[in-house]
Each structure stands twice: as C-alpha cells, then as structure tokens.
Design a binder for this molecule. Structure first.
Ligand code: ZN
Length: 498
C-alpha cells in the first residue's frame, strides 16, 4: 500500500571500542557513562535472548491481508471477551500462555537447571502444581515435561495478531528510521485514522525541524500518559518502536485487548500522548553525519567538536573514531538534552563544553527541545489528569525510576514499574540512590520523579551489548517486549464501569 524503498545500511562494527555502550541515563551512575549492567532483581525470567539472527517467535501467518483500516464507530457492539477472573486457575490439565517477554523452562528434578526458553504467547500444557517448589507448575512442551514459573503463566488467551501483516504505514524493516520517515508516517497515520490519531508541532529545533506531538486514542480522554522517545540522537530505534506501537494500536483498536479490556476502551479513558522524536536534529547527525544539518554555522560548530574530540580519541587509541557521528547523542548545538533538567543539574558535569554527549548547557531547561517538552507537559497537566510519563532510551533492557522519591508518589512509581517488569521482562534498575554521595544526572525522569511532578520511568530498550542501537533481531525483541506497554499502563488507570 505505502511501499517505500529504503536504504539499508549494513552495519560494520569492525571493532568495539566501548566508550559508552549504554545511554547512561540511570541516576547515580558514574559520569563516565561506562556500562555497568545491574544485577537482576527478579528471579524470573532472566534468559538471554538467543543468538540467532532471525526472530525466535514467528507469529502465525494469515493468508488474507486486511483492507485499508477504517475506524468503526460501534464500540458497544464488540463481543464480550471471555476470560477467567483474575487469579483463577482452570482445572488441570489446561493450556497456559507465557505472559512476559521470555521465560525459562526448568528441569523437573532440579528447578535450578534451565532447559529452554519460551516467548510471549507461547503455549504449554499445564499439568498441575509442582511438588518440587511452590513457585512452579509442572508443564508439557513438545512432549517433554518441565517446570514453569507460576508468576509468568497466564490462562487467558493472549490477543493474536500477525506481525508481518500488522504494519501498512510504518516500515518495520527501516532500521535507519529518520526524521522524514517519522514525519511521513505521522501524516499517513493521521489520514488513515482521523478520529483516533492527531498531531501538532510543539516547537522547532535549532535547525528548524518540528517537535511533533501525537495523540492516540480519544483526544478528549480525561486521563493521559505522556511518552517521549529519542532524547539521545543515536537511540532513534525508540522513535521507530513508538511509531510501530502507534500503528499497531490504531490497527487493532477495536479487536485487540489486554487482560479483559479492549485497547479501544483503554485508550478511550486514558489516551496516549507522545513526542516520538525529541531530538530530530541529532538523529539526522547520527544517521547522515553533519551534512544533514542545514544551518552552516551549526554545521561548522559540529565539525569543530568532531575535530577536537577525534584528536583526543586518536591520541588515546592511535586511530580515528569512525563511529563518531553514528554515536552522537546531543542536539545540533552539542547539548545533551537529557542532562538539561533541573534535578541534579548543578552537580552533573560530564562535559564542560558542547560535545557529542554529556554537555548539560549553560542553564537548566535551556534547550528548545526541553522547553517544548515542558510546555507540553504542563499543558497536559492543566487540561487532563496526566497520570504517568515514560521516556524511551537505549540501551540496557532495564527500567530506571528510583531517585529517592517517597510516600505515595514512590508507591505509584513502583506499581507501574512492577507491571512493566512483568510484561517486558526488563530488569529493575535499583540504584537505591543516596543523594548525599551520588550524583543524579539531570535527566528528564530524574526530574519528574525527583521533584515529584509526575510518576515516571525511563525504559531502556536493546541489550547493553549492542554497540549501535540499530539491529533487526534486537528491534524485533524490543517490539515483543514493549508491544503491550500502552495497554499495560492505561489499564492501571482505567476505571471499570460495572
Ligand atoms: Zn539515552
């Protein structure tokens, strides 16, 4: 339908000089940005994704392709979803579904021994409670007997969809997902789903790109959740993911469900507002280099940053930094958008001048990308009940949220993070930060949580081992882990009518 030819850049990471693999947004880490994977707090599931290049879960292909999606205005005629009441277990033996990203099947004789990994939606036959341990069911998968962790087995049938046939507008194979790609997808989604998807620009960047804000679901919903993607340039996989999520929820608005509520009913009460790309100038630098910047003064500023930082690199490694622009994090002014918020701003000091990453700016909230975001945030707080905020970054496959917030505000963060850990299988980043001897990083969710403005979480997609967050198997893994996130968080704030 909207088939576009895209260049697919082969990734040649000939050498992996890990200067800063992760995004380094977790408060309390060292300012050097060195990736230090935190220990898993949850016991299950910790299986690492398989090393194959193809996605492990292949959704069942359907022969028919659906015609142009239209909005059906008859929500009352939807069939009732027949699901078990929460916590109910049917009579054994019965079918159970993996209800998290990945889950390890274990040896029936010894639960410590990992046998194999299943993925979200995979089916097993649950035969009963395990005699070995209270935490496990006995189950059968492909004729073999295993133990499976009770927490992550659901007896409700998950919503089935066809991954390869679900996206007509957003190109799932376009890993160099640029500003222009996003912009044309926003326009096309708004045209295809005029009642459920709208956009406006919250401002312009230094190089005159728009900071788009999209609303998904009922624009008059009393509550909303605000998502931001790609504050850090090279993490543009986050924009790609958010746009995929947008099309997926629009496409399955009427038929898709989470737990026993249709997506449409969830987003009717709790709509999604998102800024899918907070740093479009930076994204263009990361994808195409400084020539993508139109303003010549900015371009030469960027080139002088390169010359200075590459000279230091050469001195240290004896070679030029061929990935300098690909690993760009800042905006076109060399300001790190996620170091420009007031919480911890005084203390944070990764770079004393404009740089590809870590420069916090002359004063807090000075970057146009940050100003625009704050305006959106306060507007949402005024017009609606802004219940939660999410910031997507890469990498780490973890969730960070703890900057020492207290009381009910803290409980609200934990409630959402618990659900997200369950559905994504990402690790909980537990810094237990002590503000007197560790430095918060002046990031967006550091500020939202630290000053208790809106409960929030930073979700880091892609494993830490990925040098550039652009890779097909990892993108698919990120999709599987995050597909339900809009629904999961909306469901937390959804009020049942019965
Ligand atoms: Zn980041």
């Amino acid at each position: 339908m909207h088939f576009r030819h895209k260049k697919h850049t082969a990734l040649f990471v000939a050498f992996m000089i890990v200067l800063s693999a992760g995004c380094g947004d977790q408060g309390g880490k060292t300012p050097e940005n060195v990736p230090t994977p935190t220990a898993a707090v949850t016991n299950e599931p910790t299986a690492t994704p398989t090393a194959t290049n193809t996605p492990t879960v292949t959704p069942i292909p359907t022969a028919t392709s659906t015609p142009t999606p239209t909005v059906s205005p008859t929500p009352t005629e939807r069939p009732k979803i027949e699901l078990l009441p929460k916590g109910m277990v049917p009579e054994f033996p019965c079918t159970g579904y993996v209800a998290c990203h990945d889950l390890t099947l274990r040896n029936t004789e010894d639960p410590k021994e990992k046998m194999m990994t299943l993925y979200n939606g995979d089916k097993v036959t649950v035969t009963g409670n395990s005699k070995q341990s209270k935490s496990f069911y006995s189950c059968i998968y492909e004729g073999q007997e295993y133990l499976i962790n009770k927490t992550y087995v659901s007896f409700d049938k998950p919503f089935e969809y066809d991954y390869n046939d679900s996206f007509k507008i957003v190109d799932i194979n376009d890993l160099d997902y640029s500003y222009k790609d996003m912009e044309s997808d926003i326009f096309e989604l708004a045209e295809a789903y005029p009642d459920l998807f709208s956009y406006y620009s919250a401002g312009q960047t230094a190089d005159n790109r728009e900071l788009y804000i999209c609303t998904l679901g009922n624009p008059d919903a009393p509550k909303c959740i605000y998502y931001t993607g790609t504050a850090h340039a090279r993490e543009y996989c986050c924009t790609h993911l958010l746009m995929m999520m947008a099309e997926y929820y629009l496409r399955y608005y009427e038929e898709g469900y989470y737990k026993d509520v249709y997506y449409g009913d969830l987003l009717d009460q709790v709509c999604v507002v998102m800024m899918p790309m907070q740093n479009p100038d930076g994204v263009e630098i990361a994808i195409s280099g400084p020539s993508a910047i139109n303003n010549l003064a900015l371009r030469s500023k960027i080139q002088s940053m390169y010359e200075r930082e590459d000279a230091a690199f050469y001195k240290y490694y004896g070679m030029h930094n061929s990935n300098y622009y690909k690993r760009w994090k800042a905006n076109a002014e060399g300001l790190d958008i996620n170091r420009n918020y007031p919480f911890g701003w005084e203390q944070t000091n990764e770079s004393s001048r404009p740089s590809s990453s870590g420069y916090k700016g002359e004063e807090p909230l000075s970057a146009p990308e940050v100003k625009a975001q704050i305006e959106v945030l306060y507007k949402l707080m005024e017009e609606k009940d802004l219940v939660f905020a999410v910031s997507y970054h890469a990498t780490g496959n973890d969730l960070s949220w703890d900057v020492g917030q207290t009381g009910e505000f803290r409980d609200e963060c934990i409630r959402a993070v618990d659900e997200l850990v369950f559905v994504t299988s990402y690790e909980r980043n537990m810094n237990e930060m002590k503000l007197d001897n560790e430095v918060p990083l002046a990031g967006y969710t550091d500020w939202l949580n630290g000053e208790e403005i809106v409960p929030s979480v930073t979700i880091e997609i892609f494993p830490l081992s990925v040098y550039l967050a652009v890779n097909k198997p990892e993108m698919y893994e990120a999709w599987l882990a995050n597909r339900e996130v809009f629904a999961v968080l909306a469901e937390l704030y959804y009020e049942r009518k019965d």
